[in-house]
Design a protein around this ligand. Structure first.
Ligand code: IPE
Ligand code: IPE
Ligand code: MG
Length: 245
């Protein structure tokens, strides 16, 4: 039994989402509303990510996938892209260690082909360190796009077909799924988007087919434990039909 801070309503431990996905939006608005630079909003957002990951781990959620940088975010001014890459660089080197010490199985998903080389090296290092962890699997989506992910899975299928490893006749949903970045993980049950917008912005297009969508006005750096518990309570009140009756 878990209790929500605001209302003290108990959460049902038997109906916890297995996989939560979060579009961590609103860092820029959080910062400008306080007279700070947008990059300070991203730093504050990174701290929220750490806290929410730890809370999800405590709650026994088995998987958390968060959207940190999209394939479309490269279109932002170079100054902001550089600030975000700098932050990720530092984050992957330092803060990730504290998550791994807390038994969080940190994993980075996304297209690595156009990421700076040292960032790719840090990602490989993290994956190695996280192998010893047994707690929550946290996927940090960097240079992630749902279309890119599905396109790359299709490309892998094509290569495998050409190599004679798979018969095109036998390509099914499981075959494509096993070539996604999230291969082997359950689909997200609950998808949270902070920062007011009500759109998917190219996140987990395949995996979120039956996710419950939760939108909140809270800007990501302000999203706290109570907000997380509120979202889970909302999720538990949904009637999931998966196309049935
Ligand atoms: C989300 O916050 C983080 C990234 C997309 C990198 P934003 O930077 O999009 O913040 P807003 O939406 O402009 O407030
Ligand atoms: C989605 O936020 C991407 C991330 C949170 C990383 P955006 O701020 O990029 O989305 P749009 O542009 O409002 O759709
Ligand atoms: Mg935004």
């Amino acid at each position: 039994m878990f209790f929500r801070k605001k209302s003290k309503t108990a959460l049902d431990a038997a109906r916890m989402p297995r996989h939560i996905a979060i579009i961590m939006d609103g860092n820029g608005r959080w910062a400008t509303g306080r007279g700070l630079s947008r990059s300070m909003g991203h730093s504050a957002g990174a701290e929220t990510f750490r806290k929410i990951s730890e809370k999800c781990n405590e709650l026994g959620i088995s998987c958390l996938t968060v959207y940190a940088f999209s394939t479309e975010n490269w279109s932002r001014p170079a100054e902001e892209v550089n600030a975000i890459m700098g932050l990720l660089r530092r984050y992957l080197k330092e803060a990730s260690v504290s998550l791994i010490q807390k038994n969080v199985r940190l994993h980075v998903i996304g297209d690595r082909t156009n990421l700076p080389k040292d960032i790719v090296e840090s990602i490989e290092e993290i994956h190695k360190m996280a192998e010893q962890c047994t707690g929550i699997r946290v996927n940090l989506a960097i240079n992630y796009g749902g279309r890119r992910e599905i396109m790359q899975a299709a490309q892998k299928l094509a290569y495998d077909a050409v190599k004679g490893l798979i018969d095109p006749e036998k390509i099914d949903e499981a075959a494509l799924e096993s070539r996604l970045y999230t291969a082997g993980l359950p689909d997200p049950d609950l998808l949270i988007r902070t920062g007011s917008e009500q759109r998917i912005s190219n996140f987990l297009l395949w995996q979120a087919a039956y996710a419950e969508l939760y939108f909140t006005k809270v800007l990501w750096p302000s999203f706290g434990e109570a907000d997380l518990l509120e979202a889970i309570a909302w999720f538990q009140a949904r009637n999931r039909r998966f196309g049935g009756v």
